[in-house]
Design a binder for this molecule. Structure first.
Ligand code: ZN
Length: 613
């Protein structure tokens, strides 16, 4: 461990020079500092505030929703299994506990008891960190106090998903500790680990390996032990103890996943989509904590394979499965399924992995990928309903629509609480030198640089208006570079001006543009984006099935949709007015209307049209 101590001292000195840090961004000066410090750091949740706009609206709605969850109902499956009083009603759906025989009578009832408890707790802890709302913190503290005495080994009897459920419990406890200052959370984390250990497989088994072992029925082969290392490594770094590091190492799926991916072999086809992208965050933690470059290489390759089979929206994995390149199955899915992208879970995994990759590589194209999923997927998810019905799949079928999943309290109700809580920390990053603007969203970030308090306030209606404005507040003039993401798709007329004068910086699409300056209070940065419209084929085997994509926005056709449209007609699609979410184009068959995913309500739509040249 001597090496990590040296690394820590070096890291802390570098950060100290710029003092761009808050206490929780530097792990305690101890043995558990990562071997590799990411070149880019995340701000704290409390450093970034979302301002009025669609992200803030979804953030507030989810914060209020998860804060209103009934605590006895949340604790009920744990209390029932522990044989202690379990007052209150059942949540129902996936969440409740029910005997296995019950599933024949009421399908999916008790499918994964208490599976999302930890995710609700994690989301609430992050909402508290972002807003300082005391009632949210108190709820987290009450839930941890209620959970601790209900931990029992019996909870895992007949449980399909011990690794999955424990993984979510652990992020709940370590976030309650880290963000809500919960002093009992680590004890509960240790007790939950002791209870689940005899029920976990010996290592990060693949699904194929789970099928090869004795099992009660197929659903018992769908656990996700290969996603465990991320939170084990996180628990270790946050001070929960070295056994979490050892377990992180033990559950790394080197043999069937990371080694082949690192060698450039695409092992994704046939694999469950969300959990294998989520697992990439485990490899990123392994890269940082253990210092092995293999894991970074594996994730970069793996993420490229995912991107190569993504829809125009940035979503991936029809029917929750990766496909064989060259098979034409992505295009084929447009007529075969309505379950095109598992949206809250997939977006949560996508945001996490693009944040890790951005931080590790400073490659702004991971930010491009994140914003595609933001505007075309998660920001358009239907709001969760009070009874637990939530949005699950985005539907890219040729006859598409937005619907709630029939089962209550499914997996996506867990990740939905976390992904929206993370919008702020996804928007900006920093290094020893300067700050990085990643997302163009109405927001405010404040930090200390040396002794100087600096605030950036971003105002924008991007991407519906192709511009953003960032105003700086500082008590005295201070010199540092501000880096702005220039998306890879921008055209040549993209420009940056400071206080109304265009600056002579060379803008390279697909890179961060540095603006070096001695900043004064009230300085204004204006970025104007030259946004092209392009047509993207669904896959190489279906070159005539195309979606219109305007910058980061995929456009969905609504109303009467002609059997085919001309390529040049479709390329002329334009907004009815600046800022509008209504797009139109004239075709031989008449006028055709398009909307971005966020503007779709109950109307049916079509993403990919038959295009003729
Ligand atoms: Zn899900």
């Amino acid at each position: 461990m001597a090496q990590s101590r040296r690394t820590f001292l070096k890291t802390s000195a570098t950060l100290g020079a710029a003092a761009l840090v808050r206490p929780h961004d530097v792990f305690a000066a101890s043995e558990n500092a990562p071997a590799i410090a990411a070149p880019l750091s995340q701000f704290g949740y409390g450093d970034v505030m979302l301002l009025d706009g669609p992200l803030r609206e979804q953030f507030d709605r989810n914060h209020a929703f998860y804060r209103s969850l009934d605590e006895d109902a949340l604790l009920k499956p744990f209390r029932q299994r522990a044989g202690i009083p379990a007052p209150g009603g059942d949540m129902g759906g996936w969440y409740s506990w029910a005997p296995l025989s019950d599933i024949d009578v009421r399908p999916n009832n008790g499918f994964a008891p208490g599976h999302s408890f930890g995710q609700y707790l994690s989301g609430l802890s992050r909402y508290y960190a972002a807003t300082g709302d005391k009632t949210t913190q108190e709820k987290v503290n009450r839930l941890v106090r209620g959970f601790a005495p209900a931990i029992t080994p019996h909870f895992w009897d007949d449980n399909r998903f011990p690794a999955y459920t424990y993984d979510k419990m652990s992020i709940g406890m370590i976030d309650a500790h880290q963000f809500a200052g919960d002093t009992q959370a680590f004890r509960a984390l240790d007790a939950a680990l002791d209870s689940v250990m005899p029920h976990l497989p010996p290592s990060g088994l693949s699904r194929a390996e789970q099928y090869a072992r004795p099992h009660r029925d197929e659903s018992f082969c769908w656990d996700e032990p290969y996603t465990l290392p991320e939170n084990f490594f996180l628990a270790f770094q946050r001070g929960a103890g070295s056994r979490y590091r050892d377990l992180g190492v033990r559950y790394l799926a080197d043999d069937w996943y990371w080694d082949p991916l690192a060698g450039g072999e695409n092992v994704l086809p046939g694999k469950h989509a969300y959990s294998h992208v989520n697992a990439m965050s485990s490899a990123m933690q392994a890269y940082f904590v253990l210092g092995s470059e293999k894991y970074l290489r594996a994730v970069r390759n793996g993420f490229d394979f995912v991107r190569a089979q993504s829809f125009a929206t940035g979503g991936w994995g029809p029917n929750e499965e990766f496909r064989k390149p060259g098979s034409g199955e992505i295009g084929g899915s447009l007529t075969k399924t309505h379950s095109s992208f598992e949206t809250p879970c997939g977006s949560y995994a996508h945001f996490k992995i693009t944040r890790y990759l951005l931080r590790a590589t400073k490659d702004s194209r991971y930010g491009d990928s994140m914003e595609r999923v933001l505007y075309n997927c998660i920001l358009g998810a239907k709001p969760i309903e009070q009874d637990g019905h939530g949005f699950y799949y985005s539907d890219y079928n040729n006859d598409g629509s937005k619907v709630y999943h029939p089962y209550k309290w499914h997996c996506c109700t867990g990740t939905f609480s976390q992904v929206t809580a993370d919008y702020g920390i996804s928007s900006y990053f920093y290094d020893h030198n300067g700050a990085y603007v990643n997302l163009f969203v109405p927001s405010k970030v404040t930090w200390l640089r040396g002794g100087d308090k600096i605030t950036l306030t971003q105002r924008t209606d991007y991407p519906h208006v192709p511009a953003t404005e960032i105003e700086l507040a500082t008590e005295r003039a201070v010199e540092f570079p501000l880096f702005v993401r220039i998306p890879e798709w921008v055209g040549p007329k993209t420009s940056i001006a400071v206080n109304g004068s265009r600056i002579p910086v060379v803008l390279i699409p697909g890179q961060f543009a540095p603006i070096m300056r001695t900043w004064k209070n009230g300085d204004r940065v204006e970025v104007k984006f030259d946004i092209p419209t392009v047509l993207e084929a669904v896959d190489p085997q279906h070159q005539d099935l195309m979606a219109a994509v305007h910058g980061p926005l995929a456009l969905f056709a609504v109303g009467q949709i002609p059997a085919q449209v001309q390529e040049k007609e479709l390329l002329a699609v334009s907004q009815v007015a600046s800022g509008s979410e209504e797009w139109r184009v004239k075709t031989e068959a008449g006028e055709l209307t398009f909307r971005p995913f966020t503007a779709i309500r109950d109307e049916h739509y079509r993403l990919y049209l038959n295009v003729v040249s």
